[in-house]
Ligand binder design. Structure first.
Ligand SMILES: [Zn+2]
Length: 185
């Protein structure tokens, strides 16, 4: 059996990557928002590339099995499914492991549509899903210059997880220190 950590880490980092191909005639879902476009993202569930990378980042942060293992694309149950389900399940596992999301940073790479006009709505929706303030969720959109990937959407996401227990004991320690300045000497 693999060795497990015998001490709780105060913070853990999680990273997720995903890509999907554009297909005509289906809705484009990114970050839980339907964007106006003539093509959507095919493949697993509703094809929400950002939420899939986010799910994998959350799961990776606690070394849990990844999205493809927990929600196999081969299972008809997930065809067309709302990807918010995957984020909620990953978040539940993060909470059960004793962690909470501190902040998230995401990059989207796609030729079109322009993400700028929808950036606030996406950030608001995803931050709401995670229960974090909007200023703890970074979102950048890039075009795939020189990559010859104009028919794909790609997402990279990193998350920082913080131990619930540690942040509580740190706060307690801070309070104790502020009450007893002699502890500084
Ligand atoms: Zn995906």
């Amino acid at each position: 059996m693999p060795r497990t950590s015998d001490r709780r880490l105060r913070t853990r980092i999680g990273y997720g990557f995903d890509s999907h191909e554009f297909r005509p005639g289906i809705p484009l879902k990114i970050g839980g928002i339907t964007l106006p476009h003539d093509k959507g993202l095919g493949g697993h569930s509703d094809g929400d590339v950002l939420l899939h990378a986010l799910t994998d980042a959350l799961l990776g942060g606690i070394a849990a099995p990844d999205i493809g293992v927990l929600f196999p694309p081969s299972d008809a149950k997930w065809k067309g499914a709302d990807s918010g389900i995957f984020v909620r399940e990953a978040l539940k596992r993060v909470n059960e492991a004793g962690y909470k999301v501190a902040n998230v940073d995401a990059s989207l790479i796609l030729a079109s549509p322009k993400i700028g006009p929808h950036s606030s709505a996406i950030r608001e929706r995803v931050a709401d899903m995670l229960g974090i303030p909007c200023d703890c969720l970074g979102l950048k959109a890039k075009t795939p210059e020189g990559l010859n990937l104009d028919n794909a959407a790609i997402a990279h996401v990193v998350v920082l997880l913080e131990s619930r227990r540690t942040s509580h004991s740190q706060n307690t320690a801070r309070k104790v220190n502020s009450r007893s300045p002699r502890a500084e000497t």
